[in-house]
Ligand binder design. Structure first.
Ligand SMILES: Cc1ncc(COP(=O)(O)O)c(C=O)c1O
Length: 371
């Protein structure tokens, strides 16, 4: 029988609330990794000030937001296209760029393969090594890209999740630049998903990569800017590539509120600084607490979540379900290709919330439920 806990994505507080007969706001969600400080207060003001626009279609060009992003990154607005979350952009990439066979580095975000399958293409994988704490295998990846083939068959694109989900690993911006060179030599597309890169700005290839031919960088307003409910993400590339992506997008896919909120969030540098400072502190505290759980192995991270391996004899699915029944959501990563059955991903939330999660996991581990 299929396990109940095999869920493609995190963040489904609605299903959990229905199961537990609770209000969605009572669910503590460690399964999606969203800035625990929440969105900038400027977002609420911008939404209120724009309520008269609700009776109009949104700007399908996302003009103001693209200007704001262009200023933020010091690039041209023609190098930016906005999507209904970066998920929408991931979805159109294979069709827009003509990618039929995409190389992914597992374990990683499942939407890359799902988008290829939806587009009638295929994903092929190389694996980061568990014994090397899932460090991104740059040298191996470069070698494979130089051959232009994987598993004996040609590839036409590579996607790198950077920092990677669920492992948290990232390499240097110089290493990513090496990949871009390898991709250019072979005429491969290189897509770099920087959905979590706000947490490690020195590892990002933006803004330089905006002019690299054959390279697309994806960014999300979901995680660091804490706007998952509004669905805003964007891609940065050369104007020619951006036009190809735009042609595949439906009109008006980014709502009025999504556009004004994203722009307001982007312009609040003080909230961004506060968020980074909080995360640096709390992530370190949480790492210590998780590491102190008997038998647990905690992977290094550059993002706002941890990949944790439970003690031997435990199954990620069991702990995930037990936490869920207590209103705490985490990611069961046991079915992510390349991980083992003890792998979970937990977001870093507020001090109090993190303490509650650690206490509950600690109790569950002591109770000794296993399979
Ligand atoms: C690595 C990664 N990229 C992209 C996304 C999509 O984010 P959004 O569509 O909310 O921008 C996610 C969501 O979980 C993710 O984990």
């Amino acid at each position: 029988m299929a396990r109940l806990n095999v869920r493609a994505h995190g963040g489904d507080i609605y299903a959990a609330a229905r199961e537990l007969n609770r209000d969605p706001t009572e669910i503590l969600d460690f399964s999606a990794s969203i800035n625990p400080l929440g969105p900038s207060s400027r977002v609420w003001k911008a939404i209120t000030a724009s309520r008269h626009l609700l009776s109009h279609y949104p700007d399908s060009n996302c003009w103001d937001l693209r200007q704001g992003l262009a200023t933020f990154w010091r690039i041209h607005s023609e190098q930016i296209v906005v999507g209904n979350g970066s998920t929408e952009l991931i979805d159109v990439l294979p069709r827009a760029l003509g990618i039929h066979r995409l190389l992914v580095v597992q374990p990683t975000f499942s939407e890359y393969t799902a988008a290829m399958v939806r587009a009638g293409g295929q994903a092929t994988a190389l694996y980061a090594d568990r014994s090397n704490q899932y460090a991104i295998p740059i040298a191996h990846l470069c070698r494979v890209m130089e051959t232009g083939r994987s598993d004996g068959r040609p590839i036409d694109g590579v996607i790198l999740c950077h920092p990677n989900s669920p492992t948290g690993q990232a390499c240097s911006a110089d290493d990513v630049a090496r990949l871009a060179t390898a991709a250019r030599r072979r005429g491969l597309w290189l897509v770099i998903d920087e959905a979590f890169a706000d947490y490690c700005p020195d590892r990002s290839v933006l803004p330089h990569a905006a002019s690299w031919p054959g390279v697309v960088v994806l960014r999300s307003m979901t995680k660091f800017y804490a706007l998952p409910g509004l669905r805003v993400g964007y891609a940065v590339a050369t104007p020619t590539v951006i036009r190809r992506l735009r042609r595949q997008l439906p009109p008006w896919s980014i709502s009025v509120m999504g556009q004004v909120a994203a722009l307001a969030a982007l312009n609040d540098a003080a909230h961004a600084r506060k968020s980074l400072q909080f995360m640096a502190r709390e992530r370190e505290r949480m790492r210590r607490l998780l590491t102190a759980l008997p038998g647990c192995v905690v992977m290094p991270t550059y993002a706002n979540y941890f990949l944790v391996e439970l003690p031997r004899g435990r199954h990620a699915g069991d702990i995930t379900e037990q936490l869920r029944s207590r209103g705490l959501l985490i990611r069961d990563c046991s079915s992510v290709p390349g991980t083992n059955s003890r792998s979970i991903r937990v977001a870093v939330r507020t001090v109090q919330e993190n303490d509650r999660l650690i206490r509950t996991i600690s109790r569950l581990l002591l109770q000794g439920v296993s399979r």
